[in-house]
Ligand binder design. Structure first.
Ligand code: SAT
Ligand code: MN
Length: 599
C-alpha cells in the first residue's frame, strides 16, 4: 500500500508524464549529478573554479526575472477569505485551468521529488514540505535554501502533515504563468516560471503565504522579517525582527558590520527574509529562521555595503542573472567602481557601458547561511531566539523620520499596517511608486489582511512580554535628492538607540507620530553630521503627515468591515494628535519620563 506522499506523486506523474522520477536525498553525489544536468541544459555555466569554487551562473528566460504578483493567487474556498489585497480564483476553477497547463508538461523530462524541512529539523516550529519540480535549477536552489533530502524523507513518508508543491517550468510564457495557493489543502501549484519566489515553493509560497494562514489558525506568526542579534559591550545579545518590503536592505541590515564595533556593539545574523514566531514558555515571542540559505539581491552588494555576504559568496553559491567577466567571475553594478573590460551581460551578450546595466536589477545570489561569517551561534536553536523589538521600514524619500517608536502595541500594529515604500525591482511592475505594504506582507499574506491585523492585535494581548515596536527610514533625501543618512554599518547607531529604549534608558521626544530620539540621544561620534542635518532627518512635518493620514484613511476603506476597530481608533487618535500639533510644544519623555499613554 502506498503512502499519502507516494499517491500524490503518482497522481502528479500521471498528469505531467515525466520520463523519470528522482527522489532527492540531499547527498553530495546526487547534487553533482543535478548540477551536471543543469550545465547540460545550457542556461547555467560553471564559474572560475579557482576564484569561485563550486559556483554557478544561471541565466533565466528574459521574461522570467522576478516574482509575478499578477500571476499569484490565493484559492481559498471562500473569496472573502483571500481579502482585497490578493487575487482570488475558486479552487476548482484554478485546478481546471492549471490541469490543462500541467498535462504532459514534464514529457521527456525528469520530475524531481524534493522533500524539505523549513526550520531546524527538531524545532517545534519546523514544518515539512515536498516540492515536485522539473527544474534542476530549482532543486539546486532548494538544497541551499531549505533542509532538503533525507532529513525530511522519513517525516513526509510517515505523516500527511506536510505542504505539497507542484511546479513545472511549462513554456515559461508570462501568459501561462500561475502561482496558485490552496491554503485549506496546504497545497501549491506553480507553472510557467523558474524564478525565485515563483518557483522555490518553500520560500514565499510555503513559508509565508501558506504558513501565515496556518499561523492564524494556530496562534503564531509567519512574517516577512529578518532576525538579528545586537551584542552590547557587556556581551549580551538582544534580538530584533525587522520587516521591510523586498529589496529594501533586509539582508544588508541583518549582516551589518557595525560602525560601533570598537565600542562593543556588533550584529549577529539569524535570518534575512522570513521569521516564524510563537510565544515561548518564558512568555516571550521566540523566532526561528525557517530557511537555510540567503537568496539576496546582488546589485549594490560590495565590500563596503555587505562585506559578510561578499565573504560568503566566494564558494558554493549560485548566481542568477548577474554579469560575467572575462575571468569567468560574476559581476554586478556596485561590485566595483568600474566595470571590468570584456564583460558579458546577464543574458550572455558582450556588454559595453551605456544605458542598460550588465546585471539584471533583480539578479541574485543563493548562498548557504552557515557560510556568512556573522551567522549567529544561535541561528539554529530549536526554541528560537527571544524577540525584544519589531522594526518596520520602507523606502521613503520624504516624510518619514530616521527612527520613531510606537506608543504601545496597538499603535505599533497601526504603524506596521500603514507601512509604505517606494517599489523596487524585486517584483515586476512600476518602479519607484509609493505603495502601502502592511508589515511588508502585501504580496505574502495568504488571507484577508483585515483578519491579519486582528491576529496581530490579539497576539499583543496574549504575549506577556510583547516586543516594542519601531519604524525606521534609511532612505530620506534632502532637497537635492541626496540620501541624508549614510546607512549600512552606520544603521547600528539607530539599533543602539532602540536597544536603549528596550532597556528603558534612551531618551525620547513625543511627537504626533510617536517617540523620536531626543537631541543627543543617537550616538553620532565619528560621523560628520551637523545638527541641522539631524534636524531634517528627524523632522516631523504636521502638514505632510496630515496628507499621509488622509491617504491611510483611504487605504483603510479598502478593508471594509474586516478592518479592526482598534486600528480605526488608532487612526482617529493620530488625526487628533496631528491637529493639536501646532499648538502643543514637544516635550521630553526620556528616562523615567512619562509617555502620553500606557507604554
Ligand atoms: O520572491 S523572491 O524570493 O523571488 C524575491 C523577493 O521578493 O524577496
Ligand atoms: Mn523577501
Amino acid at each position: 500500500m502506498s503512502t499519502f506522499v507516494e499517491q500524490w506523486i503518482e497522481e502528479a506523474a500521471r498528469l505531467t508524464q515525466p520520463a523519470h522520477i528522482v527522489w532527492c536525498d540531499g547527498s553530495e553525489e546526487q547534487e553533482q549529478r543535478i548540477l551536471w544536468q543543469m550545465l547540460e541544459e545550457r542556461h547555467t555555466l560553471r564559474l572560475n573554479e579557482r576564484t569561485y569554487p563550486n559556483c554557478y551562473l544561471h541565466r533565466s528566460s528574459p521574461t522570467d526575472v522576478a516574482r509575478s504578483e499578477k500571476a499569484t493567487h490565493i484559492c481559498s474556498r471562500s473569496e472573502s477569505d483571500a481579502g482585497p489585497t490578493n487575487h482570488w480564483i475558486a479552487p476548482a476553477e484554478a485546478k481546471e485551468k492549471l490541469t490543462a497547463l500541467f498535462r504532459g508538461a514534464m514529457e521527456g523530462r525528469t520530475m524531481y521529488v524534493v522533500p524539505y524541512i523549513m526550520g531546524p529539523p527538531d524545532s517545534p516550529l519546523a514544518q515539512a514540505g515536498v516540492e515536485l519540480t522539473d527544474s534542476s535549477y530549482v532543486v539546486a536552489n532548494m538544497r541551499v535554501m531549505a533542509r532538503m533530502g533525507r532529513v525530511a524523507t522519513e517525516r513526509v513518508k510517515s505523516s500527511g502533515d506536510f505542504v505539497r508543491g507542484l511546479h513545472s517550468l511549462g513554456d515559461l510564457s508570462p501568459d501561462r504563468r500561475f502561482i496558485m495557493h490552496f491554503p485549506e489543502e496546504r497545497l501549491i501549484w506553480s507553472v510557467g516560471s523558474g524564478y525565485g519566489g515563483n518557483a522555490l515553493l518553500a520560500k514565499k509560497c510555503h513559508a509565508l503565504r501558506i504558513a501565515s494562514w496556518m499561523a492564524r489558525e494556530q496562534g503564531w506568526l509567519a512574517e516577512h522579517m529578518l532576525i538579528l542579534g545586537l551584542e552590547d559591550p557587556s556581551g549580551r545579545v538582544t534580538y530584533m525582527a525587522a520587516a521591510f518590503p523586498s529589496s529594501c536592505g533586509k539582508t544588508n541590515l541583518a549582516m551589518m558590520v557595525s560602525a560601533l564595533e570598537a565600542q562593543g556593539y556588533r550584529v549577529w545574523t539569524v535570518g534575512d527574509d522570513i521569521a516564524w514566531m510563537r510565544i515561548g514558555a518564558d512568555g516571550r515571542l521566540r523566532a526561528i529562521n525557517p530557511e537555510a540559505g540567503f537568496f539576496g539581491v546582488a546589485p549594490g552588494t560590495s565590500l563596503s555595503t555587505n562585506p559578510h555576504v561578499v565573504a560568503a559568496i566566494q564558494r558554493n553559491t549560485i548566481f542568477t542573472n548577474c554579469g560575467l567577466t572575462a575571468a569567468r567571475e560574476p559581476w554586478w553594478e556596485g561590485m566595483s567602481p568600474e566595470p571590468p573590460a570584456g564583460l558579458f551581460d546577464w543574458q550572455g551578450r558582450p556588454w559595453s557601458p551605456g544605458q542598460v546595466p550588465a546585471a539584471h536589477p533583480n539578479s541574485r545570489y543563493t548562498v548557504p547561511a552557515a557560510q556568512v561569517p556573522a551567522i549567529s551561534p544561535h541561528w539554529e536553536d530549536n526554541e528560537g531566539v527571544p524577540i525584544s523589538a519589531f522594526i518596520f521600514g520602507g523606502r521613503r524619500s520624504r516624510l518619514t523620520p530616521l527612527v520613531y517608536e510606537a506608543l504601545d502595541w496597538n499603535h505599533g500594529v497601526y504603524i506596521g499596517a500603514t507601512l509604505a515604500s517606494e517599489t523596487t525591482a524585486a517584483a515586476t511592475g512600476d518602479l519607484g511608486v509609493t505603495r502601502r505594504d502592511p508589515m511588508a506582507m502585501l504580496p505574502f499574506c495568504g488571507y484577508h489582511m483585515g483578519d491579519y491585523f486582528q491576529h496581530w492585535l490579539d497576539l499583543g494581548s496574549r504575549v506577556p512580554r510583547p516586543p516594542k515596536v519601531f519604524h525606521v527610514n534609511w532612505f530620506r533625501k534632502d532637497a537635492d535628492g541626496q540620501f541624508l543618512w549614510p546607512g549600512f554599518g552606520e544603521n547600528v547607531r539607530v539599533l543602539k538607540w532602540i536597544l536603549e529604549r528596550i532597556e528603558g534608558k534612551g531618551s525620547a521626544l513625543e511627537t504626533p507620530i510617536g517617540l523620536l530620539p531626543s537631541p543627543g540621544a543617537l550616538t553620532l561620534d565619528g560621523l560628520n553630521f551637523t545638527g541641522e542635518q539631524m534636524e531634517i532627518l528627524l523632522h516631523v512635518d504636521p502638514n505632510d503627515w496630515t496628507e499621509e493620514h488622509a491617504g491611510i484613511g483611504r487605504f483603510f476603506e479598502t478593508f471594509g468591515e474586516r478592518l479592526p476597530q482598534e486600528l480605526l481608533d488608532e487612526h482617529g487618535q493620530l488625526g487628533e494628535r496631528l491637529a493639536h500639533a501646532a499648538s502643543a510644544p514637544r516635550h521630553s519623555v526620556g528616562k523615567g519620563g512619562k509617555t502620553p499613554r500606557k507604554d
